[in-house]
Design a protein around this ligand. Structure first.
Ligand SMILES: *Cc1c(COP(=O)(O)O)cnc(C)c1O
Length: 436
């Protein structure tokens, strides 16, 4: 990968850099690229790489690649709503530079907690007594186990000892937390009695039972898994890692109620109502926010998590908490239109088709969008795309705002469901440019 080469080159430049010995041509070439807006040290790296490669003409192209390697907004035309490579849910932050009452109680002027603002609103939105926010759902699970199990046993079904995208391996997270994993039941069938038997065994010393939602895979056929309600009164707290962050299965923030493709997806509110002591979920999946992990439920257990020393290491910053506060307020106002994820998820195909017909390029086709992001593995959402013959993925990626499209059978498809209508003109123009 070229980026790696650049890093290495940059290292070489610093180790041997003696300003008096730098060939003047490097500096002059770097200055000639000042229009790119890149800081001078990076332009020096680009100039030096080009000169070392024996082709100073390349310097501008190298500078352009450096710019392209940076974190930037992109257009998601893939039809995958929560695209892991594109940061899962679309989100924004609108915070001016300035101080914030992050850990200050404005009423008393005394020290407050960063966990008393956005987390409290999220708890309210899912009907929990209390909540705290950490860095992601993996961190949430880790903190729960470290704080509530502390070297004792945690009962988990063998059917849930899985790896969920991005290297979240349930047994490994458990091991890191210091909890002792007690496997219960079998891979395809686990019953309430399997948990009861281990919980009754003093040697197993079970501190809590944990359910892990089979987010991105399905076991089908001869299978059986107890429901949350069936495990609610085992005599130890029940923690449910629901992963996806659906707050309420009734979706009161959508005027037409829950879309059919959400069927069967566990939601925080209903999981707590069914008797789970705590739920853990991601901020950037179906919740539609920034990367975060939320622990919600029983106040005493949430406070035990908040008091554990790891909570300090896993805590989010003010930017994330500010974005989550806006998000929680939108949920409490039942305003799904204010949440970019739910805006794109709830658009009708008629609406998408009407937009596509304005593009004046390619062919309007029916497509299937997918939730993605390690959720709902077998689910498809009807959508509309524009198809153009040939593979134009690379050309579209190089548009001024990069466009990520899908290529199937040598046809490039831009799926309108994941494209913000404000980007329609840009995508249509880019498609016209490649469709010759
Ligand atoms: C996605 C997921 C995780 C990991 O969440 P991150 O926020 O990416 O750490 C954990 N558990 C379940 C059930 C998931 O679906």
């Amino acid at each position: 990968m070229w980026f790696v080469g650049w890093s290495w080159q940059a290292g070489e430049v610093t180790s041997s850099s003696d300003p008096t010995k730098r060939p003047p041509s490097v500096d002059r070439l770097a200055r000639s690229l000042a229009d790119t807006g890149l800081p001078h040290p990076l332009l020096v790296d680009a100039a030096r790489s080009a000169i070392e490669a024996g082709d100073p003409e390349q310097a501008a192209a190298i500078a352009a690649s450096m710019e392209r390697a940076m974190l930037q907004r992109v257009i998601n035309a893939t039809g995958t709503l929560l695209h892991t490579n594109l940061g899962r849910a679309p989100y924004g932050v609108s915070q001016e530079a300035g101080f914030r009452n992050l850990e200050l109680d404005l009423a008393t002027g005394k020290r407050g907690s960063r966990q008393s603002q956005a987390p409290m609103l999220l708890a309210r939105a899912c009907g929990a007594e209390a909540a705290i926010v950490v860095n992601n759902c993996a961190a949430a699970v880790m903190l729960i186990l470290a704080a509530l199990v502390r070297g004792r046993g945690v009962a988990v079904s063998r059917g849930e000892l899985v790896e969920i995208g991005g290297g979240f391996r349930v047994p490994e997270v458990m091991e890191q937390s210091g909890a002792r994993l007690v496997e219960v039941g079998t891979t395809n069938r686990t019953r309430r009695q399997d948990y009861e038997r281990h919980i009754a065994d003093p040697v197993a010393d079970i501190a809590l039972a944990m359910q892990i939602h089979q987010s991105n895979y399905r076991i089908t056929g001869f299978t059986e898994m107890p429901t949350t309600a069936e495990l609610a009164d085992l005599g130890v707290p029940l923690v449910s890692d629901i992963g996806s962050g659906l707050l309420d299965a009734a979706c009161p923030w959508l005027p037409s109620g829950p879309p059919s493709w959400l069927e069967g997806e566990p939601a925080a509110k209903q999981t707590l109502e069914a008797g789970a002591s705590l739920v853990a979920f991601s901020g950037d999946k179906l919740l539609g926010g920034p990367q975060a992990g939320i622990i919600a439920g029983d106040r005493e257990l949430v406070e035990q998590c908040a008091r554990h020393p790891l909570a300090r290491a896993l805590r989010p910053g003010g930017l994330v908490l500010g974005a989550l506060q806006d998000l929680a307020l939108a949920y409490l106002r039942r305003d799904g239109q204010a949440i970019p994820f739910w805006r794109m998820a709830s658009r009708s195909t008629d609406e998408l088709r009407a937009r596509a017909e304005q593009w004046n390029v390619g062919t309007v086709v029916e497509t299937m969008a997918v939730p993605g992001g390690g959720t709902l593995p077998t689910v498809e959402i009807p959508s509309i795309g524009i198809a153009v013959p040939g593979d134009h993925a690379a050309a579209l990626r190089s548009a001024s705002v990069a466009i990520m499209a899908r290529v199937e059978n040598d046809t490039t498809i831009c799926d309108l469901r994941t494209i913000d209508p404000a980007d329609d003109d840009a995508v249509a123009a880019a498609l016209r440019a490649v469709d010759t």
